[in-house]
Design a protein. Structure first.
Length: 112
């Protein structure tokens, strides 16, 4: 599924997203153009807050691996743009005093 789209074919709606790494969903982006098509969550799996990152890398890094058993991928859903077919991962970060919708383009080359 991740290999089924070339990011250079993004529609005008998706071109406004520059989410090669995780980012907050931009305020003006119309999320209703995205449809949830699946989840990476595993029912009854033990909680895992560990991140699979190389030294010096953060989850915000554009080259961070997409490691499904690790945070935040294990809490993510898979979305597709209804117009162009671009695939995204989304999850909700719930901090002590805030909620932040996050999005990252699904790049097959980074899946580990």
């Amino acid at each position: 599924m991740a290999k089924s789209f070339d990011s250079k074919d993004k529609c005008p709606d998706c071109q406004s997203l520059s989410c090669v790494g995780w980012e907050s969903v931009p305020g003006g982006f119309l999320t209703d153009s995205l449809e949830c098509i699946g989840t990476l969550r595993v029912e009854d799996a033990p909680e895992c807050w560990e991140e699979d990152l190389s030294k010096g890398m953060t989850i915000w890094s554009k080259d961070a691996p997409i490691s499904i058993p690790y945070h935040p991928y294990n809490k993510s859903d898979v979305y597709v743009c209804k117009h162009c077919g671009c695939k995204y991962l989304r999850y909700t970060e719930c901090g002590g005093y805030y909620v932040d919708e996050r999005i990252r383009e699904l790049n097959a080359m980074l899946i580990s």
